[in-house]
Design a protein around this ligand. Structure first.
Ligand code: IYR
Length: 231
């Protein structure tokens, strides 16, 4: 939506925004229904095929995530994409070590009961099987020209939204993923040598579902359960 037509606000260029299309009501209804139908087929997947995915697709998915809105447009995120088998193995070993402690002593009985329907446990083979791991890191601060820390704004909200865009882009491409949050996650910054201002936020294995994949038979809440209209 580039335009030659612009104004200055506080000395900053603002270009005219041309709404990409003016759809009529019927078209909007159809488009909103089609999107709902498509996004509603997304499921969290834990069993991956090792079929490779080209880097260009991963790049497009990351660029899509990075179009997300963020506090003061700081885009306080780094998406690390890993296809290197040795690194994936290292991450799996470290994640399983943490998960073992979590399942054996950190998680409450109630929490483990809540997870029974998902069939999760301390073993995370998808960290090696999936062709790519994308790890979203949040940047809690930036260093300015004097090397002083400048905190970013609404970092969790911004990175959370970007991760939502990432999941939608993965689904749109016809691939699958899982929001994986081994806890604590600081081993990821260490393994990947990330700078001091970055904290691991969510890990996404990305790939094709294994041909023998089953997902829990669960239902989504109804519109009444998730909304309240004030007209
Ligand atoms: N991080 C653990 C446990 C886990 C927690 C929740 I909340 C889930 O929805 C799923 C799993 C694991 O990955 O197994």
């Amino acid at each position: 939506m580039k335009s030659d037509n612009y104004i200055l606000i506080n000395g900053f260029k603002h270009i005219s925004y041309n709404s990409s299309a003016d759809f009529d009501e019927k078209t909007m209804l159809e488009k909103s229904e089609a999107f709902l139908e498509k996004i509603n087929t997304r499921r969290s997947i834990r069993t991956f095929s090792d079929k490779p995915i080209s880097k260009k697709i991963i790049e497009n998915i990351i660029l899509s995530a990075s179009t997300a809105p963020s506090g003061a447009h700081k885009q306080p995120w780094t998406f690390c994409a890993i296809s290197n088998a040795k690194l994936k193995k290292k991450i799996r070993i470290a994640a399983e070590e943490e998960e073992k402690i979590s399942y054996e002593s950190r998680m409450s009985e109630r929490w483990k009961k809540d997870l029974e329907k998902l069939g999760t446990d301390m073993n995370k083979p998808f960290l090696e099987n999936a062709p790519w791991l994308i790890i979203a890191f949040k940047k809690v601060y930036e260093l300015d020209e004097n090397n002083e820390k400048q905190n970013n704004y609404y970092v969790n909200e911004s990175v959370g939204i970007a991760c939502g865009f990432l999941i939608a882009a993965i689904h749109n491409a016809g691939l699958v993923t899982l929001t994986h949050t081994p806890s604590p996650m600081n081993f990821l910054a260490k393994i990947l040598n990330r700078p001091a201002n970055e904290r691991a936020f969510i890990l996404f294995p990305v790939g094709y579902a294994h041909s023998d994949t089953y997902v829990p038979d669960i239902e989504r809440k109804t519109l009444d359960e998730v909304s309240e209209f004030y007209e």
